[in-house]
Design a protein around this ligand. Structure first.
Ligand code: 5GP
Length: 175
């Protein structure tokens, strides 16, 4: 099945304004601390790059990768932590930076794993939340936008590795 871009769901301006707000909230909440940002590859790379520049705190960043073996726009297959963080997180204030929460299965697995690494605290910042699709409850501490149940691309989010460079977020439709 072929796909093309549908409607714009969030403009670059809307995203930039909300990311700045998230950065300000995080800065206020962690004042006086060094924040450990755990960026979940690949989809969160663009979000992390913007968000971290709105956090006025000392930060350390590390990357992990989660792969979900799904089918096209249905990413509901087997989930694998394909790359763990490389830095120790014991006693650190860890904030997971995630692009999108759909069923919650990926973050639930990642959260359980990160808790075994004994952080001082573990919170989650997700840019997009498809709350209607949740199957597994997962606590989200910072959310950029709640979005409807549609497959979206852009601002780091892909379809078959395409569209990550779009500066806005759009739906994808089958043609
Ligand atoms: P989960 O269902 O475990 O919460 O989400 C699994 C993963 O599916 C997300 O981390 C993301 O990579 C991918 N995903 C879920 N919904 C979308 C979507 O609308 N667009 C894109 N590009 N990826 C999605």
């Amino acid at each position: 099945m072929r796909h093309e871009l549908g409607r714009t769901l969030l403009t670059a301006e809307q995203i930039a304004a909300r990311v700045a707000e998230l950065g300000a909230a995080i800065t206020a909440d962690y004042r006086g601390k060094t924040l450990f940002l755990a960026c979940v590859l690949r989809g969160s790379a663009v979000f992390w790059a913007d968000l971290c520049r709105h956090i006025a705190l000392p930060t350390v960043t590390d990357f992990c990768a989660v792969h979900s073996y799904g089918d096209g726009t249905d990413p509901s297959g087997v989930i694998l932590l394909s790359q763990d963080l490389t830095l120790p997180t014991t006693g650190r204030e860890v904030l997971v930076v995630e692009d999108i929460v759909d069923t919650g299965r990926t973050l639930s697995l990642l959260r359980a794993h990160l808790l075994t690494r004994q952080p001082a605290s573990l919170r989650i910042c997700a840019l997009l939340d498809k709350v209607e699709r949740r199957q597994v409850p997962v606590p989200l501490d910072y959310v950029g936008f709640t979005i409807p149940n549609e497959f979206v691309v852009g601002y780091g989010l892909d379809f078959a590795q395409e569209y990550r460079n779009l500066p806005y977020i759009a739906t994808l439709k089958a043609i």
